[in-house]
Design a protein around this ligand. Structure first.
Ligand code: F6P
Length: 365
């Protein structure tokens, strides 16, 4: 009987997930004693009754490398350590069902798991590893906020989408002599915002790593546009905040949804700018999930494919408890526990910040 390797995609989707899945399946072909299965919607497929798994063979993965999303689905709620279960009084409580899940894996002869996900998913990987599961992590997120790898796949596609949005806003801002604010994703890290601002030629860029002062923006904006001529584009990260202020957003009430939902940074900035007496119209565009969907650019397809090949080779080499990592120009393995220890912030002394400052982008500092 062949050994089973289970592939799981967890957390927010991101361009390139399908390319990883395809590469795992293709790489496993030469190891004839393995077959690959996928669990629907992260670990939910293993936890639900009936179990929902999908055989991932050559036919199932044919031509999926350029498709966005994930053919096995994902979720950023719940999971084996926080499974929503209705109690007798009708209340939904979150329970740890990891032992039941591990028992099911044993019954199904699943000998290895490849968990493709961001820091939340890799925290689950680490806990399962500590419980004896043979697990490998693959780093995924458009936010590029995972440490221990030079880059995550999906991030460069998101930067491309955000840059195209800046390009489009420039032409309408110029025609109407307006100030445009583009709010982009990225959680606590300003990678997408900073890259799109530099690539698109924005006048200002506000990121979570540098709390901004409104007065540092208004002077530049008043010089740039009086509402009759001139224009400006500001890229703001969803996690940006003013000096002394908090991030904009709310804690969702859905059971098992752990993340603080960041939203409103762009509109707050527009309101605050108008309070300073800026004459030009200020408009806000929120790019949202457009950054997560669609076709991965070639760079991300290649990165994702390399991650998939390396991940399966780590299964063959029994490098469990480790995550695939891109350390230019190599693909290496690092302990998952190290990868989830630190958040990958934009460093203030980095070349990227130096470049932004060098071309006069106002960082609100
Ligand atoms: O982590 C990826 C990400 O897209 C973040 O940039 C964003 O804050 C969050 O997920 C949005 O999550 P949801 O899909 O739950 O709205």
């Amino acid at each position: 009987m062949k050994k089973k390797c289970l592939v799981v995609t967890g957390g927010g989707d991101c361009p390139g997930l399908n390319a990883v899945i395809r590469a795992i399946v293709k790489r496993s072909e030469s190891a004839s004693d393995w077959e690959i299965w996928g669990s629907y919607n992260a670990f939910n497929g293993l936890l639900e009754n009936p179990i929902r798994l999908m055989k991932l063979d050559n036919k199932a993965v044919a031509g999926i490398h350029f498709k966005g999303g994930t053919i096995i689905g994902t979720t950023n709620k719940g999971g084996p350590f926080q499974w929503p279960r209705q109690s007798d009084d009708g209340e939904v409580e979150l329970v740890d069902v990891s032992d039941e899940m591990i028992d099911r894996m044993k019954e199904l002869n699943i000998e290895a798991v490849i968990n493709i996900g961001g820091d939340g998913s890799q925290s689950i990987s680490q806990k399962l590893y500590e419980k004896g599961v043979n697990i490998i992590g693959v780093p995924k997120t458009i936010d590029n906020d995972l440490s221990s790898t030079d880059m995550t796949f999906g991030y460069q596609t998101a930067v491309e989408t955000a840059t195209q949005a800046v390009d489009k806003l420039v032409t309408t801002a110029e025609s109407h002599h307006r100030i445009f604010i583009l709010e982009v994703m990225g959680r606590g890290a300003g990678w997408i915002a900073l890259n799109a601002a530099i690539a698109g030629g924005a006048e200002a860029c506000l990121i979570p790593e540098i709390p901004y002062k409104i007065e540092n923006l208004t002077k530049m904006l008043k010089l740039r546009s009086d509402g009759k001529s001139g224009f400006a584009v500001i890229v703001i990260s969803e996690g940006a905040k003013p000096v002394g202020g908090e991030q904009s957003g709310f804690k969702p009430s859905e059971p098992g949804y752990e993340n603080f939902h960041l939203s409103g940074a762009g509109h707050r900035l527009a309101y605050d700018l108008k309070q300073t007496g800026i004459k030009a119209d200020v408009r806000v565009s929120v790019l949202g999930h457009l950054q997560r969907g669609g076709i991965p650019i070639a760079f991300d397809r290649i990165l994702a494919t390399s991650f998939g090949v390396k991940a399966f080779e780590m299964v063959l080499n029994e490098e469990f408890g480790k995550m695939v990592s891109y350390k230019y120009p190599e693909f290496v393995s690092v302990p998952i526990r190290d990868a989830i220890k630190y958040y990958n912030y934009v460093k203030l002394d980095s070349a990227l910040i130096h470049t932004a400052r060098g071309i006069g982008i106002c960082l609100g500092e």
